[in-house]
Ligand binder design. Structure first.
Ligand SMILES: [Zn+2]
Length: 83
């Protein structure tokens, strides 16, 4: 489910973020990293909504750095689409 718009999507339609051991928000490029993830549509609007509503911190259940999430999301155009 996208944390921005709340729509259910196939995983292949979503960008996965993870929060690493140091607390940084990173893109999960291979969609294989462990830990709690947050999913977002490939849509800037969903990112804006998620940030505005503090959804990253909620998804990770800890304070998340929204600017890191926004930065991570910049690689969305080269994000591999995994079926
Ligand atoms: Zn969305």
């Amino acid at each position: 489910m996208c944390i921005g718009c709340g729509r259910k999507q196939a995983k292949s339609e979503l960008f996965r973020f993870v929060r690493d051991n140091e607390g940084h928000v990173r893109p999960d490029i291979q969609q294989k990293l462990g830990g709690r993830g947050a999913y977002l549509c490939f849509n800037e609007k969903c990112l804006e909504t998620a940030v505005r509503r503090n959804k990253f911190s909620r998804a990770f259940r800890r304070k998340a750095d929204d600017s890191e999430a926004a930065k991570a999301f910049q690689c969305k155009n080269t994000y591999p689409q995994i079926d």
